[in-house]
Design a protein around this ligand. Structure first.
Ligand SMILES: *Cc1c(COP(=O)(O)O)cnc(C)c1O
Length: 367
């Protein structure tokens, strides 16, 4: 179900990876790739561009983000099929309304490659297409009936895997219904497949302002020349770009790596926004940075970078508690859950939510 825009550039068999990388895939990894195909786990897919940024070393921070690791199959008692509890806040098909003034539209059907730590893997695992005009009708009705919603996140899947005509159709329908609503385009395409952002696409985005783009970048090496070019073009066209980063064990759990990433963002005119503690999606436990390690890293980061480049460290409380900023005071206590020890995190209205305690974080990092 990958769109026409992507099929030419998407690698879905490890044998098709660039030579040094294909040669680095060992027997255990190859066997696990076969297992995924049979068991229906999150498929393997990477754009040829993003693969070209990766090195063959197993510790390479780009390789680790897209190449399936057998550690994904390790049991994780804390895993949740719907880690953010999005089903609890579904307002219309493909529309999530959890916070008063903003809602989230799951418009995109697929992505320009799959991140192994994806929290919306359930969505990706069921074949989806870009939202159709008919599917959009209930969401439009809801947006019309709820003028308190001032901002609409457009996510998915990655909306930029759709062709421009489809994007334009969606933006036009949204603008007709809610002329002033702020559109927040959530996409990793500028990082994983930058050539998709043609000058025409950027003009299209510009025409539907107010529109902001939120990208995801986890490592300074992702901000390579092609990504820099398209992101600079967006900023030049008056499209503000914000950056979300997922804290990932063995990839960016290092203050200097993160500082380097955020400084690079600042130099390019991009604003670091959130640094996310990992959600509890199945098969991602080996990427989890222990919470107290994350807090220590964040403190260290504060010393190193300008306030302008300093994101908010946050977690989506597992099971639907919403996003909270993380600081020492967020951990209200510990609790023995049947699954193991959990920290109790302070949500809104004094409600406490469990998150795996550090002693339960997987010892097995990578095989
Ligand atoms: C993250 C999220 C938002 C946006 O929250 P911000 O804190 O404004 O970035 C909106 N709706 C849902 C369902 C979300 O998960």
């Amino acid at each position: 179900m990958l769109s026409m825009v992507m099929t030419k550039t998407l690698i879905t068999s490890w044998e098709d990876l660039p030579v040094p990388l294909a040669g680095s895939v060992d027997a255990t990894e190859a066997a696990y790739l076969e297992t995924i195909k049979q068991t229906g786990g999150l498929p393997f897919a990477v754009s040829s561009y993003f693969a070209s940024l990766a090195g063959p070393d197993k510790t390479d921070p780009i390789r680790r983000q897209f190449l399936p690791n057998p550690a994904e199959a390790l049991a994780d008692p804390f895993a949740l099929q719907d880690p953010l509890g999005e089903a609890l806040h579904q307002a219309a098909p493909r529309l999530i309304h959890q916070y008063q003034d903003r809602a989230l539209l799951l418009a995109g059907g697929t992505c320009a490659g799959y991140c192994r730590y994806c929290f919306r893997r359930m969505w990706i695992n069921q074949p989806k297409h870009f939202i159709s005009p008919v599917e959009l009708i209930p969401a439009l009705a809801y947006l019309k009936a709820h003028p308190e919603i001032r901002e609409l996140l457009i996510s998915g899947g990655d909306p930029l895997t759709a062709e421009d005509v489809r994007l334009a159709e969606l933006f036009r329908a949204l603008r007709d219904t809610r002329p002033g609503i702020l559109l927040r385009l959530c996409t990793r395409v500028p990082i994983t497949h930058p050539s998709r952002l043609t000058p025409e696409t950027i003009r299209l985005l510009k025409a539907y302002r107010p529109l902001r783009m939120v990208i995801q970048s986890n490592h300074p090496r992702e901000l390579a020349e092609p990504a820099q070019e398209v992101l600079t073009a967006c900023v030049d066209q008056g499209i503000p770009v914000h950056v979300q980063t997922v804290l990932l064990r063995g990839i960016n759990d290092d203050a200097e790596v993160l500082a380097d990433l955020f400084r690079k963002c600042l130099d390019l005119g991009l604003s670091p926004y959130y640094l996310f503690q990992l959600d509890l999606a199945p098969g991602t436990a080996h990427f989890r940075v222990p919470l107290k390690t994350g807090l220590a890293l964040y403190r260290e980061l504060k010393e190193r970078i300008s306030g302008l480049g300093f994101p908010v460290y946050a977690v989506d409380l597992p099971g639907g508690g919403g996003k909270i900023p993380l600081h020492e005071g967020s951990i209200a206590g510990e609790w023995e859950d049947p699954r193991g020890t959990v920290y109790l995190l302070q949500g809104t209205h004094g409600k406490l939510w469990p998150y795996p305690a550090d002693k339960n974080v997987h010892k097995e990092l990578f095989l």
